[in-house]
Design a protein around this ligand. Structure first.
Ligand code: FE2
Length: 193
């Protein structure tokens, strides 16, 4: 369960409203994934709505960055983060019902979306907002970009970010180990001893 708090506010109302909606949609998933049991129809419906909403939200954020003439270096990296999220979710969704441990994968999907949203909002979205604020107060896009790491993080926000990075790292390691096991099985089948 991902609970909204002021820590997540980027101080741009339109963006905060959309982030809150993403939290709401995400929070519908866990009740359909419990103790290894995964209710396919509601999960598919929620994921479809979540991904459609996330896709529109990403477009809106990218338009916002262009509207405020943010430095293209930031826009490019930000856009790549959005694209990689869509790619990763589609990839996980494809394997959601095709593996033995369906509940396990669904739980990891929920965990991935939760940690990704925390990391993305507290990370690059706050950096985006800081640049918009700086440009609004007279900085050039380049000056705003160069000062982007001056964003202040309190202890609680830093803690949230570190936890989310750690969780994303664990999930990624888990995927690597599974791929390694699959590769070993395919190799063993091709070259029996
Ligand atoms: Fe974003």
């Amino acid at each position: 369960m991902l609970t909204w708090s002021d820590h997540f506010s980027v101080k741009i109302e339109s963006v905060d409203i959309q982030h809150k909606k993403l939290f709401e949609l995400l929070n519908l998933l866990p009740e359909n994934v419990t103790e290894g049991v995964c209710r396919q129809a509601p999960i598919d419906a929620i994921l479809t709505e979540l991904m459609a909403y996330a896709g529109q939200h990403f477009v809106d954020e990218e338009l916002l960055m262009q509207h405020h003439h943010l430095d293209p270096r930031h826009i490019n990296v930000h856009r790549m983060e959005h694209k990689s999220f869509i790619y990763d979710i589609q990839n996980m969704q494809e394997h959601l019902y095709s593996e033995e441990e369906v509940g396990d994968i669904a739980e990891k999907l929920v965990s991935f979306i939760t940690s990704w949203l925390i990391y993305h909002i507290l990370g690059i979205d706050r950096i985006m907002a800081a640049q918009i604020f700086a440009i609004h107060h007279g900085a050039t896009p380049e000056q705003a970009y160069e000062a982007r790491h001056a964003v202040n993080y309190d202890a609680a926000t830093t803690h949230l970010m570190l936890d989310s990075v750690l969780d994303l790292w664990h999930l990624s390691m888990d995927r690597c180990h599974k791929l390694e096991a699959k590769l070993a099985a395919v190799t063993a089948a091709k070259h029996p001893k």
